[in-house]
Design a protein around this ligand. Structure first.
Ligand code: ADP
Ligand code: GLC
Length: 481
């Protein structure tokens, strides 16, 4: 039996702000339990839903030297769908209304604490991983700490690490002076070949330098981040570690996202009867959101964090033009204020056509995936993207920009060969996007049989974890030897 430990800042069903949580919650379930004992460590956030907090049982606690204090570390555990989850408790760090806040220094202190506490907890839990699989900058210090203060301890000998980059944009950067104080790492670690980047300390960089292997969440993104445009200042480092870097595309949980069994949707359907049944979800959602009730109108969905990454400036630029067409647009998302206000504004301006829902709701997200005809995701960059996979699973045709995981998972429609599962455009240009949306409208309204065949092909693709989990397993095997 080989032991694998996931360490991450979020994971479904306990806490989620984006796709990272989906991956951390769903991938372990698909790893073969005959060969791997895979467990997960998360922070115990006070803002977790009560139903999940109630599932946790206290295991033990200890005190750990951290920063200038002796900090409390509680360990709780829960078993969910066959996976053992541990939670690191400290209300000073993980209290608050949300898992993350806007103060970068506080975030660094919080996740430095989390990383050190997660490692320190392992001997007490009695679980020695062969591999610690770290996710995003919040866990970047784990490979560093392992090589540094934990190296002298027999328990930690031989543990390998993987750093998975879900989003290179977020790196955990701050002044060397403060990070040195918080982490307790010596000057030795703050040089350009280790944690220093452009005069600051950079936690993700630490993870990338010290991890035994590096992965990211699609093959295209693994190539893109080696270029200046997508490299976020770390393209040089990623090029130098290119032999240890690979892209493995994400999957989604085929049980949680299944139009045949989804408890959140009005009318269940599948790949055989979607032609008749799917539209009932549209009619119901139009009613619920106060849009004009019409089975025929093309409904375009967006479920997203409202940030620059997702291409909302393109949408802002052509929204008025788009709203002249015979379409409806349903948005669900939270994020940057200017995009939240933009969708509130268009919801007001085109009240029977646009529905802007500026909040977080899992039920509504499922209803949108089920109800819409198309799903728009014109991202500036997209490490993988899960929303387009959910859309494909629900027979909702993705319209995407050809970048990162979107390029790897959505095959553009080719009307001459009758192939493809969605629509895509290459350049980050608002009118190129608009042209593509309008081409999709044309196929939807004028060539319905073709449109339905696009759905047929999309729904028959397999984006469960089946293939990618096997790739992770092969990598674990190879690393452990
Ligand atoms: P990212 O991780 O960059 O946000 P992904 O496409 O990988 O993008 O994953 C986003 C996940 O978060 C999807 O599961 C999507 O359905 C979900 N999501 C985003 N915003 C909301 C929201 N406001 N309400 C419910 N789910 C949301
Ligand atoms: C990040 C990326 C997204 C990816 C997700 C899970 O949030 O922005 O593209 O799907 O992580 O890997």
């Amino acid at each position: 039996m080989k032991n694998i430990l996931f360490v991450a800042s979020e994971g479904v069903p306990f806490i989620k702000t984006g796709g990272l949580a989906d991956v951390v919650g769903s991938l372990p379930k698909c790893i073969d339990k005959k060969y791997f004992d895979i467990r997960v460590i998360l922070p115990k956030y006070t803002c977790m839903k009560p139903e999940f907090k109630e599932m946790l049982t206290f295991k033990q606690n200890f005190y750990m030297d951290f920063h200038w204090k002796n900090a409390y570390v509680g360990i709780l555990e829960a078993e969910y769908e066959g996976i053992k989850f541990y939670f690191i408790d400290n209300e000073g760090y993980f209290g608050g209304m949300r898992p993350y806040c806007d103060d970068p220094l506080w975030e660094i202190e919080k996740f430095a604490f989390f990383s050190k506490a997660a490692l320190s907890a392992l001997p007490l839990i009695g679980f020695k991983p062969d591999i610690i699989h770290c996710h995003d900058w919040q866990t970047g210090l784990i490979p560093v700490y392992l090589k540094e203060r934990f190296a002298g301890n027999d328990f930690f000998k031989g543990i390998k690490t993987i750093m998975t980059i879900h989003n290179l944009k977020f790196q955990g950067k701050w002044s060397i002076k403060d990070v040195k104080e918080i982490t307790g790492l010596s000057d030795y670690y703050f040089t350009p070949d280790k944690l220093e980047a452009y005069k600051d300390a950079n936690l993700l960089k630490g993870g990338i330098v010290f991890a035994d292997a590096i992965t990211t969440v699609s093959e295209t993104y693994a190539e893109e981040i080696k270029t200046q445009f997508y490299g976020e200042g770390l393209d040089g480092l990623l090029n130098s570690r290119a032999n240890d870097l690979r892209g493995i595309v994400n999957g989604i949980d085929y049980k949680d996202f299944n139009p045949e069994t989804d408890p959140f949707i009005e009318k269940k359907y599948n790949a055989r009867d979607f032609r008749k049944e799917k539209v009932k979800n549209k009619l119901k959602l139009q009613e619920e959101l106060g849009l004009k009730k019409d089975a025929n109108t093309m409904m375009i969905g967006i479920v997203s964090r409202l940030t620059d990454q997702k291409g909302f400036d393109l949408i802002a630029y052509v929204m008025d033009e788009l709203c002249r067409d015979n379409i409806q647009i349903v948005v669900l998302g939270t994020g940057e204020e200017r995009y939240e206000n933009m969708f509130r504004h268009f919801d007001w301006k085109y009240s029977d056509k646009v529905s802007g829902n500026i909040y977080y709701s899992e039920p509504l997200s499922h209803k949108i995936y089920a109800a819409c005809d198309a799903f728009l995701m014109p991202s500036l960059f997209e490490p993988c993207g899960l929303s387009q996979l959910m859309a494909l699973r629900y027979g909702t045709v993705p319209i995407v920009r050809e970048t990162g995981g979107l390029k790897d998972t959505v095959e553009p429609y080719n009307e001459y060969e009758s192939t493809g599962t969605g629509f895509s455009f290459l350049n980050y240009n608002a009118h190129e996007m608009l042209g593509t949306v309008r081409y999709a409208e044309h196929i939807y309204y004028d060539k319905k049989r073709e449109w339905n065949k696009i759905i047929d092909r999309g729904m028959s693709r397999d984006f469960s974890w089946y293939t990618s989990a096997a790739k992770y397993q092969a990598m674990y095997d190879w690393m452990i030897g």
